[in-house]
Write a protein that binds this ligand. Structure first.
Ligand code: HEM
Ligand SMILES: *[C@@H]1O[C@H](CO)[C@@H](O)[C@H](O)[C@H]1NC(C)=O
Length: 505
């Protein structure tokens, strides 16, 4: 065969491939247009869709909140010309989507798999059910109870650090301190691993998580990010692989150490004597009816999933909680008084105290309403969903439930911008929509760590308010929420801390 023929064939092949791709994209777009036809929304640019209106990142909430006033139930958002989702901003629309067992979508969640693997968060179908059943005992209240003193210790380390810091500096930027504290906690609680990461400032994992969340978020708005192939070669793709490596090194080390320890026989006996199996024991020792345990890859995915979900979310929750109370001194004082009444002359909080923190709990809920640590979840519909108003979203559609926008929907919440914990008093909650408040999502795929998270937030709040008075640092830019998988602040969260004289150190 002569060379020109080879070239000719190659050219024909390439052109055919491109033609098929173009036809596929075009047909995909026609189907999307049809599926989203009955849902009005902001007009998309012919090439960029709504992407350009969503930048800069710090302005994103101003924009989407305005749209959600114009379109009070849901509106389509176009990511370029060929990808679009339906943003859901009303509880009546969220309910039927969360009630089912729809799989996680293949846009956002798919990109996270190289990092956290196919763990509980992204699994689907029988595998998900098997893992959920397996891991649920790890969150039994008797297990959670034994975690409280471990969390208390982690919080104390953080507060001691702050006490030193405020001797030199006017205010503290909370994010990294709180993340290291919650990482320290989850490693002690779920993995029985004492890393002392807060003291050794062992923050490479925490920084990798910040980087990964930033990159995953940026990828959605990045044309190159729409293709795995192009993304791999891009600078962001390179940074993503590097950060994944750092995160995996961290989790692999913990699994390896435990496996080694489990091989030693008397370690096994020690576990039997422990009051509970920790999360890692459950993963490594479990067997199904046929005596088959989890594969190495499955174990790694669950460890990566819980390491991330178990610290970054609560770090966001605690940081915004302290911010809200700094902003609202009268509520801060009421929480402090409640805690002092509960503790009496004790200086440490215990399991039995947590249930008594009623006013603090209202403040935690109101913080999670205004600043939901997980600002949205999404699904890819495996069958059409018909909403209460008769409109139908067809099979295969990408539905994003904006927890943030539901929590700020003015048709559900009076003065949604105002911090008002009494919204959550039992009297006021009784006539509220079951899906108006969704920080931990709802339905079968709700948060498995909800109780753990509430406990950790209560402990952190109580210990912090006993030791410090919180106020805003008005010389620094005020926090700007941005949704990077978890809710972060674009400008950090800077608080002034004043040591309270009468507190026990
Ligand atoms: C304030 C803290 C937290 C918030 C706001 C939160 C919120 C959520 C939300 C909204 C979901 C649903 C995700 C989706 O549909 O894609 C979820 C799922 C999940 N959360 Fe949390 N979470 C928090 C803390 C935790 C903690 C501490 C852990 C672990 C110790 C955890 C582990 C998980 C897991 C494994 C899932 C997936 C569950 C499943 O699909 O079966 N979360 N969380
Ligand atoms: C119900 O909420 C309103 C406003 O949010 C508040 O003023 C009122 O005190 C609350 N009622 C109760 C019983 O807490």
């Amino acid at each position: 065969m002569d060379l020109s023929r080879v070239w000719h064939l190659a050219a024909v092949f390439c052109l055919t491939y491109i033609l098929i791709k173009v036809i596929q994209l075009h047909r995909g777009r026609q189907m999307l247009l049809k599926a989203l036809n009955s849902f009005p929304g902001p007009a998309p640019h012919w090439l960029y869709g709504n992407l350009r209106e969503l930048s800069p990142i710090s302005a994103i909430y101003r924009k989407v909140e305005r749209w959600s006033c114009l379109y009070p139930f849901a509106y389509p958002l176009w990511f370029g010309r060929f990808t679009a989702c339906l943003i859901i901003t009303h509880p009546d629309y969220a309910k039927p989507v969360l009630a089912g067992m729809e799989p996680k979508d293949s846009y956002g969640y798919r990109n996270i798999i190289p990092w956290i693997g196919k763990g509980l968060l992204v699994l689907h179908g029988p595998k998900w059910a098997q893992h959920r059943k397996l891991l649920t005992p790890g969150f039994h209240f008797s297990v959670l109870k034994s975690y409280v003193p471990l969390i208390v210790d982690s919080v104390k380390v953080m507060l001691n650090k702050w006490e030193e810091l405020i001797m030199q500096e006017k205010s503290v930027e909370l994010s990294e301190h709180v993340s290291l504290m919650t990482l320290d906690s989850i490693m002690k609680c779920a993995f029985s691993h004492n890393s002392n990461c807060q003291i050794y400032k062992e923050n490479s994992y925490v920084q990798a998580v910040f980087e990964l969340c930033f990159l995953l978020y940026a990828r959605m708005f990045y044309i190159v990010g729409q293709s795995d192939f192009l993304y791999w070669f891009s600078p962001h793709g390179f940074r993503f692989r590097k950060a994944c490596q750092v995160a995996h090194l961290h989790t692999e080390k913990i699994i390896k150490e435990r496996k080694k320890a489990l091989k030693v026989e008397d370690e096994l006996q020690k576990i039997e004597k422990k009051r509970y199996l920790d999360f890692l024991d459950i993963l490594l020792c479990s067997k199904d009816e046929n005596g088959i345990g989890l594969s190495d890859e499955e174990v790694r995915a669950e460890v990566d999933t819980f390491m991330f979900e178990g610290h970054d979310t609560t770090a966001s929750g605690i940081s915004w909680l302290l911010y809200c109370l700094a902003q609202n001194p009268e509520h801060q004082q009421r929480c402090r008084e409640e805690i002092k009444t509960i503790l009496g002359d004790r200086d440490t909080i215990e399991w039995d105290d947590l249930n008594k923190m009623t006013y603090c709990t209202l403040c935690i809920k109101e913080t999670l309403r205004l600043y939901p640590a997980v600002p949205g979840v999404s699904r890819e519909l495996s069958k059409p969903v018909t909403f209460f108003d008769g409109k139908t979203l067809s099979e295969g559609s990408w539905a994003v439930i904006s927890i943030h926008l539901i929590h700020k929907n003015p048709s559900i919440w009076d003065n949604p911008e105002v911090f008002d914990p009494l919204r959550f008093s039992p009297e006021n909650m009784s006539n509220r929509h079951s899906h108006a408040f969704l920080p931990f999502s709802a339905g079968p795929r709700n948060c498995i760590g909800q109780q753990f998270a509430m406990n950790e937030m209560k402990v952190a709040l109580a210990m912090t308010l006993l030791r410090f008075e919180l106020s805003l640092d008005l010389s620094k830019p005020q926090p700007v929420p941005i949704p990077q998988i978890v809710l972060r602040s674009h400008t950090g969260i800077h608080l002034c801390l004043k040591k309270l004289e009468f507190s026990a150190a």
